[in-house]
Design a protein around this ligand. Structure first.
Ligand code: GLU
Length: 504
């Protein structure tokens, strides 16, 4: 069988993690089986659907690195891929269902339906449509349609007696959840076309999945309760049903359904926060699926090679933002510094750090990025971590109560004096070996070592008590101070001198 799967977003907002995970599972399944991955835009809700949202959703899918074989932007043999452009198809199928005796025009107005629904509720009978229009004689139906007296909807008739096409109940073999059965009595006749000609979800989804030759419907669990209506429609048309796979909910840490009140939930928010697409894809894939070898960090190719619906867990998955951050850190660490530098270059320019640029400046920036990359989890942490290289305010450092008292300590002061003498006489260190040699000489000169030596040094050259290794910081400051293409950087000697001046 040719595998054809689809992701069918309703463009009414951003792409959320749940939708993204559904899209990823569809994509993995298609790639695993050499099939087609299709995007279909379900925009029949004309009030809530927007073209901007469609663009955003497609943009988020592209950001995740998913590519589709057919869709509204790339076309394909089963287009159009926006439901709003397929209304004539739905109309044609609705007519066919009427001809086959499976659907009928319903002229009941909202008010009457509401009243009957309330009455049914009051008498605790099921609030199903009472079949008034199903019972209309054919010529009466025709007359009302021809005279265009009242607007009408089209309803699908759920047969109550077992007949050949409709065995008693509806059972599907869900590829994730196993057999799921619905009793047909639980269903009333449902609307497939609204009075303005728009299809309802259950109808358009069946027409499209059939016409687009979808082999597997992999979607969110919330649509499981729609599936029996859809199966009845397939049977009424004599169409083959696709295989269904309903992916479980994603929960927040409090085990309730993930929603905005849990914090960020849309892909664009995570992108802005500085998560890498590969990390996001890896993390979302783990929400419900686990690879056979148990390794949690895997490449796309590995996920494609091993993906199977049998390993998708029917139990809900909990979204854990800390774990996502950890995953992002794993990927950030593995990124080439040059790649990261290129991604962040605009923000370096905007910060005013790059002036002119050039190959030397880029090499220097690569080294700077590499220095902080291993302790960051998000790309947005890189720029703040490098700020001290470009922005140094000795007055503020001395004025800070904690830093100020460290710098005023007489023992620490000795270190600063000795450090300045060393830097002025021998020049600043240009690599890690020279930093180690400098530290040895300072140890000998001051009798201090370890933290007692490095803390005042660090504070005087970086302005902070914590940060990357001095063996990397000092050479960067020294070489950066000589570079054109970057904003002016104070060499270590200049920094220590300015701190001492600020101390008075
Ligand atoms: N448009 C539906 C949604 O966004 C998807 C329906 C389906 O996959 O069958 O939830």
């Amino acid at each position: 069988m040719t595998v054809r799967v689809r992701f069918a977003p309703s463009p009414t907002g951003h792409l959320h993690v749940g939708g993204a995970r559904t899209a990823i599972f569809n994509w993995l399944f298609a790639r695993r089986h050499g099939g087609a991955f299709i995007i279909r835009i379900e925009n029949t809700d004309t009030e809530r659907s927007t073209a901007e949202s469609e663009e955003m959703v497609l943009g988020d899918l592209r950001w995740l690195g998913l590519q589709w074989d057919e869709g509204p932007d790339v076309g394909g043999i089963h287009g159009p891929y926006r439901q709003s452009e397929r209304f004539d198809l739905y109309g044609r199928v609705a007519l066919e269902l009427i001809d086959r005796g499976h659907a009928y025009p319903c002229f009941c107005d909202e008010e009457t339906l509401d009243r009957k629904r309330r009455e049914a509720e009051a008498s605790s009978s099921p609030p199903q449509y009472d079949l008034t229009c199903w019972r209309l004689p054919i010529d009466e139906r025709k007359r009302r349609i021809d005279e265009a007296e009242t607007p009408y909807v089209v309803r699908f008739h759920v047969p109550k007696q077992a007949d050949a096409a409709f065995e008693a109940d509806v059972t599907i073999e869900d590829l994730i959840r196993g057999a799921v059965t619905w009793r047909k009595e639980s269903l009333g006749d449902f609307i497939i076309l609204r009075s303005d000609g728009r299809p309802t979800y259950n109808f358009s989804v069946v027409v499209d999945d059939h016409m687009m030759e979808i082999s597997h419907v992999i979607r969110a669990e919330e649509h499981l309760t729609n599936t029996h209506r859809q199966v009845l429609l397939y049977r009424a048309m004599g169409w083959n049903e696709p295989q269904f796979a309903h992916v479980s909910l994603i929960l927040g840490e409090d085990r309730s359904k993930l929603s905005k009140r849990h914090g960020a939930t849309s892909i664009s928010q995570f992108a802005e926060a500085g998560h890498l697409p590969d990390a996001m894809l890896n993390y979302l894939t783990l929400l419900g699926w686990s690879p056979p070898d148990g390794h949690e960090v895997f490449t796309r190719a590995e996920a494609v090679a091993h993906f199977s619906l049998e390993r998708v867990n029917p139990a809900p998955a909990a979204f854990d933002e800390r774990k996502l951050r950890w995953m992002s850190g794993q990927y950030l660490r593995r990124l080439e510094p040059g790649t990261l530098r290129r991604q962040l270059y605009r923000s370096f320019e905007q910060a005013g750090w790059v002036v002119g640029g050039g190959p030397d400046a880029e090499r220097w920036l690569d080294a700077a990025v590499e220095m902080v990359q291993s302790s960051a989890e998000l790309t947005t942490e890189i720029l703040p971590a490098l700020r001290f290289l470009f922005e140094f305010d000795p007055v503020a450092v001395v004025g800070d109560p904690e830093s100020g008292s460290v710098l005023r300590d007489p023992g620490n002061r000795t270190v600063l004096d000795a450090l300045l003498r060393e830097l002025e006489s021998g020049g600043g260190p240009r690599d890690a070996d020279q930093v180690h040699a400098l530290a040895k000489r300072l140890e000998a000169a001051t009798g201090r070592k370890g933290k007692a030596l490095f803390m005042p040094m660090r504070l005087a050259v970086t302005g902070t008590l914590h940060g990357p290794e001095l063996a990397r910081v000092l050479p960067l400051l020294e070489t950066g101070s000589e570079l054109r293409g970057l904003a002016p950087i104070d060499a270590p000697a200049a920094r220590v001198r300015r701190v001492l001046a600020a101390l008075g």
